[in-house]
Design a protein around this ligand. Sequence first.
Ligand SMILES: [Zn+2]
Ligand SMILES: [Zn+2]
Length: 289
Amino acid sequence: MVGTKNNNNCPKCSDQKYHLSNYQGKLRAILCSCFLCKECDGEGRTFRQNDKGMAYLADCSFCSPLRKRLRLLNDSGIPGKFSNVTLESYQPIGLPNKKAFSRAKDFLEDFNIIPKKLRRGLIFMGGPGLGKTHLVVSILKQLILEEGVEGKFVDFFQLLSDIRHGYSHDQSEMSLIEPYLKTNVLVIDELAKGRNNEWEQTILDQFISSRYNAADKLTLFTTNYSDDDKTPADSNEQITSFQKKSLEEKVGDRIYSRLSQMCDFVKMEGEDYRTKIKPPPRMIRKKHS
Ligand SMILES: [Zn+2]
Ligand SMILES: [Zn+2]
């Protein structure tokens, strides 16, 4: 490989040439110390000559693509807790989740095959703890790192709170929303979480309309709500938040109709894997007796 100091199994990055970590709650991507570009001595820029023999400074053609991808990842807004999350690290339990996993893999494989304007987004729907966010974040990370796609992650519930906070600090609603409307691939986590009052609905409508009208942009969602308002016959009574209301009831006809036109619905089912690692109640009682 041209431009690297060595490429013999770096123990720090396994020859990926970069590290991903959780830095103050945000995903941080940095070049590994094993990567030193000989072309630019690690400066990222080199002198070149134009037709008239004049020297000018330009991005290094060897390392700037990787630097750019790491920059995109640092600007993506992916939370730091997902720094080690990949599609390979997802362990699906049960058929619906295995299908969801395959759907995520197919999505990435088809990304460059399907023409931009015909690409459809995905909505991973199901109760909490099934790995919906794991799947969408893995897709986004891979698109950025391997395809150099510009994309962003937004926790919609958090954004609403930021907008409310912005009102009292003279920060316009649009300045907070715009980066997400413009981005090429947007991940909206926890769609329909919250009270969904008129104001929240207006912001969501603005989001969905803008993404819907931009035919070359992709949007991926996770939601705890189903596209089915009937309780499945074999359902676990405990997973009630998933069944109480359908997604359509939560977001309204207009938004729901747009969602179904721009995305495929991927249903996930099963128990919250996070509850499985909690100690059983008997052990908790023992501790306090
Ligand atoms: Zn390394
Ligand atoms: Zn370089």
